[in-house]
Design a protein around this ligand. Structure first.
Ligand code: ZN
Length: 272
């Protein structure tokens, strides 16, 4: 049942998420430009004019200004509202979706687990947006994801929530995914796949485990093919147009985290 408190909390979380997202979009742009993360006030990406506070309200200002800078009338990078919406959705899902999920674990994991998934979510949004807009997957967030994924797997085994076998299978899945993407990268001479993708699949496999990683890769190639066909048929791309693969890997990771088991059994039934 939808109650007032449910709506209030959801709105509050979404707004908080857009504020967090607006910081994240600044971090993304400054790391691309090679600047420090926290230096000075927000400026327009085109004319470098300082943005007044009333023009800097996440999402709302973008809508009120109709996507254009007040000073130079140049379009505001779509990256800003994109990150703000994604982070808003992440925070809402993290709270409501994670609420039941996090209750499955006991202390200290009941505190660490929510923090862990929030960090993973923010890193995935960061990588998704940066690869989509600039076609690169920076090393640092991929290594951070790797570090988190290793800690997560070890913590699950040590606390007895998962068995040693799950860890072995996750490591095997990570190795096989790495080799598979390395081969793709090697034989297409980096045209079909960037080396960033080769590195990214390792932490993704560790996060997902063997079975869900299989679902994830399957989905990534299907979504990639569908989007490719759509772009070509709308004249937005040719067969040679480079499309970053990271966003497909990341959206498939999210889908597999949420519905991996369902998709796996559904696919299994389809074959047999
Ligand atoms: Zn401007």
């Amino acid at each position: 049942m939808v109650t007032i408190s449910f709506l209030l909390i959801t709105t509050l979380l979404f707004v908080l998420g857009t504020i967090l997202g607006s910081f994240l979009s600044v971090v993304i742009l400054r790391s691309i430009a090679g600047e420090g993360w926290v230096s000075g006030r927000s400026r327009c990406d085109s004319c470098r004019n300082t943005i007044a506070w009333y023009d800097n309200i996440p999402l709302l200002s973008f809508i009120l200004l109709r996507g254009k800078c007040r000073h130079c009338k140049e379009p505001i990078l779509p990256l800003h509202p994109m990150v703000e919406v994604l982070t808003g959705v992440l925070l809402v899902w993290w709270y409501w979706g994670g609420f039941i999920f996090f209750k499955l674990t006991q202390t200290p994991l009941s505190i660490l687990q929510p923090l862990f998934w929030l960090s993973v979510g923010l890193l995935l949004i960061y990588l998704f947006i940066i690869d989509l807009n600039y076609m690169i997957l920076p090393d640092k967030p991929v290594y951070a994801l790797f570090g988190l994924a290793v800690l997560y797997r070890v913590a699950l085994v040590v606390s007895g929530i998962m068995q040693m076998n799950d860890l072995y299978f996750a490591i095997i899945a990570a190795l096989l995914s790495f080799l598979f993407f390395f081969a793709l990268w090697f034989f297409t001479k980096g045209k079909g796949m960037g080396f960033g993708d080769v590195k990214l699949v390792v932490p993704l496999a560790l996060l997902l485990g063997a079975q869900n990683m299989l679902v994830c890769l399957f989905l990534a190639f299907i979504i990639g093919a569908v989007v490719g066909v759509i772009l070509i048929s709308f004249g937005r791309g040719k067969l040679k147009t480079a499309i970053p693969f990271g966003p497909f890997l990341i959206s498939s990771t999210v889908l597999s985290l949420l519905w991996g088991d369902t998709l796996f059994s559904w696919y299994w039934q389809l074959i047999f």
